[in-house]
Design a protein around this ligand. Structure first.
Ligand code: SAM
Length: 237
């Protein structure tokens, strides 16, 4: 299903290459995504080159900017059909990935892909702001990731409480999110974080993307994350 040549060329510039084994896993995932998508909406992108670049290469680009040590614990918040969490897992099975989403059916799809590719990982059916107050998940992860879930001030309140002090929250954003990033500075600080990197790059020609790395500097005060209604009413400033 995937265009291997296009994938190889696109991720080469991030210093990443794929073994046959990894490629076959990613290809299986893409095939299952397209098949499942016929009966349950998981993605608007269904053509081979689109899935190759906008889903798989986009998620792999994380490895060009962030060093994720072996056996790290990572939570993908609002993972949907598994982006970027499942791509991370299929590329680096040593990483212990937890997949969180408020939609159960999407997690069912992730469970099927994990099982079909011989991988393991916990799927958590909760809202981020509900899971992040539970001792099992709070400040238990080296990394949190999120793509296309919410604006950065809200997303930081969802994600930073999961991250251990010394860990990082990696936010994948479109290129036009500079104002959004600036507006998140106050919220990030309140939550114990600091925007450490804002990497702007071209995934392919004319497809600019951003990977923002937020470092966890100190514990998140226990009053965060607030309840869903409060977050929706007023984002942190
Ligand atoms: N990250 C995936 C991607 O890039 O394709 C999915 C993006 S989709 C637009 C947003 C996902 O975030 C949905 O699956 C939705 O159920 C989930 N979501 C939104 N808010 C959430 C929350 N507060 N807690 C958990 N999941 C949430």
């Amino acid at each position: 299903m995937l265009n291997r040549k296009l994938l190889t060329e696109t991720i080469e510039k991030f210093g990443i290459s794929l073994s046959d084994e990894v490629f076959l896993r990613l290809d299986k995932y893409a095939e299952m995504l397209i098949e499942t998508n016929k009966s349950f909406n998981l993605t608007a992108i269904t053509d081979s080159d689109g899935v190759t670049v906008k889903h798989i290469a986009d998620c792999l680009s994380i490895f060009g900017f962030v060093d994720i040590p072996e056996n790290s614990k990572l939570i993908d918040v609002g993972t949907g059909a598994g982006f970027p969490g499942l791509v991370i897992k299929l590329f680096r099975p040593d990483i212990d990935v937890t997949f969180l989403d408020s939609t159960k059916k999407k997690l069912g799809f992730i469970d099927s892909v994990l099982s079909e590719t011989g991988m393991t990982g916990e799927t958590v059916h909760l809202r981020a702001e509900e899971a992040a107050v539970l001792p099992k998940y709070r400040e238990k992860f080296d990394f949190a990731t999120a793509r296309a879930v919410a604006a950065l001030p809200v997303l930081s309140e969802y994600c930073l409480p999961f991250v251990k002090v010394g860990g990082s929250f990696i936010s994948m954003k479109s290129a036009d999110s500079l104002e959004e990033i600036k507006s998140a500075n106050g919220a990030v600080k309140l939550l114990g974080g600091e925007i450490a990197e804002d990497n702007l790059f071209n995934l392919v020609e004319n497809m600019p993307r951003r990977i923002i790395v937020i470092k966890k500097k100190s514990q998140t005060p226990t009053k965060y994350p607030r309840k869903t209604a409060q977050i929706a009413k007023k984002a942190l400033k």
